[in-house]
Design a binder for this molecule. Structure first.
Ligand code: LLP
Length: 419
């Protein structure tokens, strides 16, 4: 746990702020983020890569709240985006579009146009057809859209299959064996300018070898392209460094990651772009929920809480583990329980067969490591309003997204006259 998380007089705090106080004022469930934690995470990356010309582009999909984006922007971060909506968020948060890279296999013409007009750093183009469309958008606008091709280095990142992206069989990127030809084609196009190479091999990766293998392939390709007369300035190695969800998980520190990457770049003219998401914000956030009921089945004991799979889908979707702490340390003993939400699905669990301190109705629980892919993957399933988000800095806290209301949920729906 980060030094800003601690129990004071038996009450869980972030810095000086009591989680119970926030829950009382904002209600539950709610996501709570620590500014100090995200800042330290960003600065440890920055420091680790300080020996090289590096642009850290925080991956917006991990947590796209405007206050989080503004915090990273003020720390000097660029951004990795995957949609026109995320581009708008960067603008609203006061981010610099000149430090934005745009990834994703399905960019639309409109999204491309908006990004060219905003003056982003480069597009990570994921297919030849996309390249043709981008060329036509650039030509129409009388501009050259800056591009990297996202190449698929065919590397096994040894992580969950849903978040492995660098295999030959995955939908992402252009096979590295074909990339040279596609680059040559791109280099003749009027509406694009080739300036970079990109890859992203997956997420929640602990082993540095796949990163190094990928970087080697990218540098080799960049050297070949430069010999062909192309002006490759940036190598974007994507995101993916894992975080610790369980105490015993020990991901590499950004310093170890940086050292192994920078070694490969020694003597090379390229600038480095990184797209970390989870490792910048994952452990900076938690989901706080209240115990509603206890229910004893013949085979299991259930702790029914007010948060559900619609609020945090990771356990149901990836069978992922989130450590759970009681907000108040007053329990006598522990027991093995399932922590489940109110949704009508057996998959609606937040933890299964988990040893937890004995709790009672009304107690607060904190699900840790929920800052990344938590709120952003939440939904309104079962007509449940998405929860409030809160940012804590020093002794202050503020709601950075209001809890949705039922009226807001229904406001976009219409009953047509023909029924
Ligand atoms: N760049 C690209 C092109 C990506 O697709 C991703 C994540 C990142 C960067 C950031 O990766 P990170 O540093 O956060 O590992 N919802 C899943 C994770 C999906 C990751 C998708 N891409 C989860 O909850 O584990």
């Amino acid at each position: 746990m980060h030094s800003s998380y601690q129990y004071k007089d038996g009450e869980f705090h972030i810095g000086d702020v009591s989680i119970a106080k926030i829950a009382e004022s904002v209600g539950t469930p709610c996501y709570i983020y620590s500014y100090e934690f995200l800042k330290d995470s960003f600065l440890s990356y920055k420091e680790a890569f300080s020996d090289m010309d590096t642009l850290i582009c925080y991956s917006v999909k991990a947590n796209s709240n405007l206050a989080i984006l503004k915090s990273f922007s003020d720390l000097g971060s660029g951004f990795d985006i995957v949609s026109g909506g995320e581009l708008l968020r960067i603008k609203r948060a006061g981010g610099d579009p000149g430090k934005v890279v745009f990834s994703g296999v399905g960019k639309t013409r409109e999204e491309m146009k908006a990004a060219v007009e905003a003056g982003i750093l480069f597009f990570n183009v994921e297919s030849e057809e996309e390249l043709n469309v981008l060329n036509s958008v650039g030509t129409e606008l009388g501009k050259k859209a800056p591009v990297a091709l996202r190449v698929n280095p065919d590397i096994d990142p040894k992580t969950h299959p849903y978040i492995s992206t660098g295999f030959k069989k995955s939908k992402f990127g252009i096979e590295i064996g074909r990339a040279f030809e596609v680059y040559k084609e791109a280099n003749t196009m009027e509406g694009v300018s080739v300036i970079a190479i990109d890859a992203h091999i997956g997420s929640q990766i602990f082993d540095l070898t796949p990163f190094v293998d990928s970087v080697r392939k990218l540098i080799k390709l960049a050297d070949d392209l430069v010999s062909e007369g192309m002006d490759i300035q940036y190598i974007d190695i994507g995101g993916g460094l894992g975080i610790s969800y369980k105490k015993e998980e020990k991901p590499p520190h950004p310093k170890m990651y940086a050292d192994s990457i920078m070694k490969e770049f020694s003597g090379k003219p390229y600038k480095l772009v990184l797209e970390p998401g989870r490792s910048l914000i994952g452990n900076a956030g938690m989901l706080v929920t209240k115990v509603l009921y206890l229910k004893e089945g013949t085979a299991k004991k259930f702790v029914i809480v007010d948060a559900a799979m619609n609020d945090l889908i990771r356990p149901a979707f990836y069978e992922s583990y989130h450590e759970i702490l009681t907000v108040r340390q007053d329990s006598k003993g522990s027991e093995v329980v399932d922590v489940v939400g109110p949704i009508c699905e057996s998959g609606d669990f937040l933890a299964q067969d988990r040893e937890l301190p004995v709790v009672k109705s009304g107690d607060l629980l904190a699900l840790l490591s929920a800052g990344a892919y938590g709120f952003v993957m939440s939904s309104n399933y079962n007509t449940r309003p998405r929860v409030a988000e809160v940012l804590v800095k020093g002794s202050e806290f503020s709601v950075v997204r209001e809890r949705e209301t039922y009226e807001e949920l229904l406001s976009l729906e219409r009953i047509p006259e023909f029924i």
